[in-house]
Design a protein around this ligand. Structure first.
Ligand code: CUA
Length: 161
């Protein structure tokens, strides 16, 4: 088979690119342990009222000192609101939706998660700067999507530990 010189160059360029792309994924996945969020937990969005955790979503202090916040998003609010958490302690956010896809972004931080009905999204972060943070929904969820905000209050509680 006669393959023209320039065509051959481009064929090899395509092969090199493919190796490069796949290699990038392999190196970051194995070498740098970068992978998509792996937390996988399902929940019946129609039965949140029966869920011990999400029927009355709240901030819970665990005996080991960690803080867990359970949050339900639904058109067009987050519950609880405001959310009060202590500064300088790991806070685990557990989120689910009662209706459609929502977003949960704590403005000014890198906390940002999708909130999907049927799933519990979870991430943990520590806030070193006390103050009020705005929470925004960043997935279009309906007519009042732009009104769907919440407040996170990070309190400096050196004394209450
Ligand atoms: Cu909820 Cu947009």
């Amino acid at each position: 088979m006669n393959v023209e010189f320039y065509e051959r160059i481009w064929m090899w360029a395509a092969v090199v690119l493919l190796v490069l792309f796949v290699g990038t994924i392999l190196v970051t996945a194995t070498g740098e342990s970068m992978r998509p969020p792996s937390h996988m937990e399902t929940i019946d969005p129609g039965a949140l009222a029966d869920s011990p955790e999400f029927s009355n979503p709240a901030v819970a202090m665990r005996p080991d000192g960690s803080v867990v916040v359970s949050i339900v998003a639904q058109m067009f609010s987050f519950s609880p609101n405001p959310i009060e958490v202590p500064a300088n302690r790991p806070v685990t956010f557990r989120l689910t939706s009662a209706d459609v896809d929502h977003g949960f972004e704590i403005v000014g931080t890198n906390a940002n998660a999708m909130v999907l009905p049927g799933y519990v999204s979870q991430f943990t972060m520590t806030f070193s700067r006390p103050g009020e943070y705005t929470i925004g929904c960043n997935e279009y969820c309906g007519l009042l999507h732009h009104n769907m905000t919440g407040t996170l209050v990070v309190k400096d509680q050196g004394a209450s530990r």
